[in-house]
Write a protein that binds this ligand. Structure first.
Ligand code: BTN
Length: 266
């Protein structure tokens, strides 16, 4: 794992990643943008041209960042937007969500000593506030995956106090530790953790247990919006294919694969 102090704090992403990466293929190559509409769009265009697995697009700022369920994603200076092109076999698809969120949890611990949790399915929270959002988009070719793009929006050196509209909901690494951290170190660590977890998954080592261990949603009373249908109950557990098991007040159990969770006050 890359420690924060192995890289000069003055290094910023425009210096490139190559010489700081400890990965074999993720981030090789990487494309940096100071500002871009969305790293997802750029990565998907590149993926369609046949770029190799592991190609990364990253940016300091996005003007049209997008989140899950068609929402906008705020990506001002100080945050990092990363999109990673992968070409997994289809059976690995449910594991990508786990790989991405577990990698962020590992990185936050390694580079900043921060203990983070996962809110189902893949928001990463620190003390209940969101520090990272993850979006995965796939293109199929027949019954196979042509490519998947993992999009990661991480609040690094981001002054949450400047955004009153999100202060109750969001935090950043710098806000938690009280000083700016090296963005290049954070990106390098995220890419290394993703590569390790992905290579393990290909070898049959499932990220499920680690993902479940960090799942803060479990045991809580929640409301979940599944495509406009609202359900309530207790989040009982998560399955190895990434689904949430919801126990309703009448005792029945639903298995949910997508949705937006709100934790209800006890
Ligand atoms: C969410 O929590 O709704 C997911 C947010 C994902 C944001 C990332 S930032 C990098 C990539 N580019 C985008 O436009 N979105 C993802």
């Amino acid at each position: 794992m890359m420690a924060d102090n192995t890289i000069s704090p003055n290094l910023t992403p425009e210096h490139g990643l190559d010489q700081y990466l400890l990965t074999r293929f993720i981030g090789r190559p990487s494309y940096y943008f100071k500002s871009i509409t969305s790293t997802m769009e750029e990565a998907k265009q590149l993926a369609k041209t046949g770029v190799s697995e592991g190609t990364v697009v990253y940016a300091d700022e996005q003007t049209l960042g997008r989140g899950r369920q068609g929402r906008a994603w705020l990506s001002p200076q100080g945050s990092i937007a990363i999109s990673i092109v992968l070409r997994p076999s289809i059976h690995l698809l449910p594991q990508l969500i786990m790989i991405a969120s577990v990698a962020i949890v590992r990185t936050l611990k390694a580079v900043a000593g921060i203990e983070a949790d996962i809110k189902w399915p893949n928001d990463v929270l620190v003390k209940g506030k969101k520090v990272c959002g993850i979006l995965i988009e796939n293109e199929l070719r027949g019954t196979e995956i042509n490519f998947s793009v993992i999009g990661i929006g991480l609040n690094v050196n981001f002054n949450v106090l400047s955004y009153p509209e999100i202060i109750e909901l969001a935090t950043s690494i710098s806000h938690e530790v009280g000083h700016d951290v090296c963005k290049t170190g954070v990106i390098s660590s995220v890419l290394l953790d993703i590569e390790r977890l992905y290579v393990n998954a290909q070898a049959g080592i499932h990220p499920y247990k680690e993902w479940e261990t960090h799942m803060e949603t479990l045991g809580k009373r929640i409301r979940i919006n599944v495509g406009g249908v609202v359900k309530e109950g207790v989040a009982e557990n998560v399955t190895p294919n990434g689904n949430l098991m919801l126990r309703h007040v009448d005792g029945t159990l639903s298995e949910i694969s997508v949705g937006d969770v709100t934790v209800l006050k006890e």
